[in-house]
Every structure is written in structure tokens, then in C-alpha cells.
Design a protein around this ligand. Sequence first.
Ligand SMILES: [Mn+2]
Length: 442
Amino acid sequence: MKLIVGHTNMDMDCLGSMALAKILYPDHQLVTSRHIHPVAKKLFSLYEKYFSFLTAKDIKNAEVESLIVVDTRSQKRIAEYMDLFKSPPEKVIVYDHHPSDSMDIETDDLRYRAYGSNTTILGLEIIEKGLSVTPDEATIALTGIFADTGNFTHENVTIEDFSVAHFLMNEGADIAIIREFLKTLKEDHQILMFHEILNHLVYREIKGHFIVFSYLELEKQVAGLASVVEKVFDVENPDAFFAVFSFEKSQSSIVIARSQKEAINLSDLLGALGGGGHAMAASVLFKNRFGRGIYTDLIEYLEENIIPAVCAEHIMAPDVQLIEQDWSLKKASLFLESIDHTGAPVIDEKGSITGFITLRDIMKGRKADLMHAPVKGYMTVKVIKTGKKTPIREVEKLMYVNNIGHLPIVEADKPVGIISRSDLLSFIKRHRPNKLIDTAVL
Ligand SMILES: [Mn+2]
């Protein structure tokens, strides 16, 4: 047999990859996984006939001469098929966009590219070979690219994802259908739950991180809680979100969490409690615990174990260039030029910050031909400043809400550092892997 398989618990990118693999390898047959990921169920059931999947019973004891694996390179994630084969396949080709895993599939033909979606790897091969794609195939494939790149907004997205998307649009991909597939909250109970959670949010600052919690008691476990949590996380945009659900019938509880900060590593934090997942998304189930205690224990646990947030003192430049308020505008202007800055805090004779002067302020004096006038008369007196322990999130807010290029850091009103807009931007770029920088900051 010649077969195409994806990973267990097939998702949209997996199905998109399979649709394109079938074009590249028309003499191969597709095999369905035992479980379909909940997000891909709608896509799967609509196109199940088109795919004409083989199932476990069709491949039992199969002798496989060629196996195409898409969207994974991990042996574990294709074990449900491999366990059924009579012997290991003669030839294996792997298409994957995930990094290496300790249990990589053995192959001498690994087609790995770090694109946002795996579908893109196969899409490029189709373009290179000049093959054509039906509108249905284009729709399925493009859904996969949208799903794995967070609608082309996640950090992982590459130019190649856009190129293949362009090609698929030309081949007739239907955006209206794709939009339907990508809607996360499909069930009425999920929409109700979404609003219920929004009404029960608790906001807390823990070690400088802005964290949101919710606690809900439900009669029993329901499907799709994770996508509701995801949606709330998107809407609220905190550093991390911990949703606690307690189920009366089974006397159990689950914590589902999302994070967008490296410092809040959920796989470490919830892993230590017996849960699992990724750094940015994880959950933990408590089998014999019901009630609010889980929630209060969780907060206590996080207060002890979360790594403190990066704060102003970690990104500020400690050597602040200062201007004295009695200097003339001319002296201040020459000084700014010599240090190559566009502005600086102004201090009085005791060394306390009394204002901030910029080249633009000095321009006003120049126009009035008053370059001998003291800085005092032209500086901004309402200086936005903050302390060393202010979390970065707050620094960011101060700078863009007030539209300032420099934020002096003070201790007892004496300057101890300064943060410039470019210090802040380079920090954000380095530390928010999956988040677009708010364009307001730029
Ligand atoms: Mn993928």
C-alpha cells in the first residue's frame, strides 16, 4: 500500500497538508486518525467524503511500500498507524514544520521548513511542479494556513505562507467557507460560557505580571472549554489567564491556562502540579477536588512560584544625561547635540527632576530669538516619571498613553535611570513571541 498520514488528533493544518499531499502523490491513499481535533471537526465532516479516508481496519497488517507523513516528525504522533502495519514501511517521506523531537521518525527524506504552516511546504512543491488545485482543495489548504499562523498574525508566519496563500486564492479558495471553519465558538453553550466567564473575571497583579483569573462551578464537564478560555484570553489580553472550572457531578476540577510571557511558563508551572501542555498553553486536572479551594490554592501557588516580571530597572539606561534648569537654551541645545539625544530631564539645584526639555521645546526659543533664556521657561513641567519596580507593561502604557519618547526613572524624586522608546521596543520585540506589537507604540 501507499499511504499518506498526518499526526494523531488531526487538526486543520494537518488536513490542509493531506489535501495537498494527495495532489503530489495521487497514487497514495489518505488515512484518518482515530480522533479528530475539535477545532477541525467541521472541516473534517464537510470534506470527509472528498478525502475518502482509509481507517484503522483498512490498514491492519498492511505492507506499506511508501508512507508520506505530514505535519509531524514524531514517532509518537503516528504510532496509531505504525502499530497496525505488518512491518515498517519501505520508504518514508516526512513533511514537517515543527522542530526536532527526541523521537523523530526514521527517514532519509525529511522535508523540514520552519514555515508558519506545514501546508505551505507542500504548497510550494505544488507551485514548483506547476500542478493545479481544485477550489475545494485550495479552501482546505488555505484553512490550514490561516489556522496555524493565527490568521497570518503570529510570529511564526513567513513570506512563504503568504505566497502559497496567494496561489491558493488564485486557485479558487473560498474565504467565506474558511471563515466558518475558523470560528472558534460554535456551540451555544460555548457562547454562554464565554459571557459567564467574562462576568466572573478577577484581575490580579502577581510579581509585576498582570494576571486574570476566573472560577466557575459547572454541573459537569462540557466539551470545548479550551476554546472558550482561548477567546477570553484574546479579548482580555492579560499576561496570563487561569480559568478554573469545578465539576459538581464528578467532584473534580480543571485549570486551563494561557500565557503570552516567557516568564510565565505554564508547562513548568502546571507541570509541577501534575498537568501538561506548552509554555503558552497548559492545563491540569484535579480528580478528587471540587470547590473554590482549588482556585485560592492556585493563586497562593502562583504567588510563590511565578518568576518576577521584568521591570523598569531591568531595561533602563542607568546613566541619565541631565540638564540644569538654570542653563540657557543655547547651552542645553549644544549639550543635547553633544550627547546625541532629542531630550533630557531637567533638574533643580537639589538634583530633583523639575521638568523635561526636548529639541522641539528649544526650537520655540530659537524662533523667538531667546536662546539665552533659561531652560526653566521652556521645559515641560508635568514630567511623566516612574519608579524602578514598575512592571514593563505599565512602562509601556505610560509611554504610549502620554506619547512620550523618554521615561525618567526616579527614586525619591532623584533620577536613577531613563527608558527610551527604542529601549522599550527592542525589549518587547525580544520577549513577546506570539503577540503583535501594538501599533500605537510604534
Ligand atoms: Mn501544523
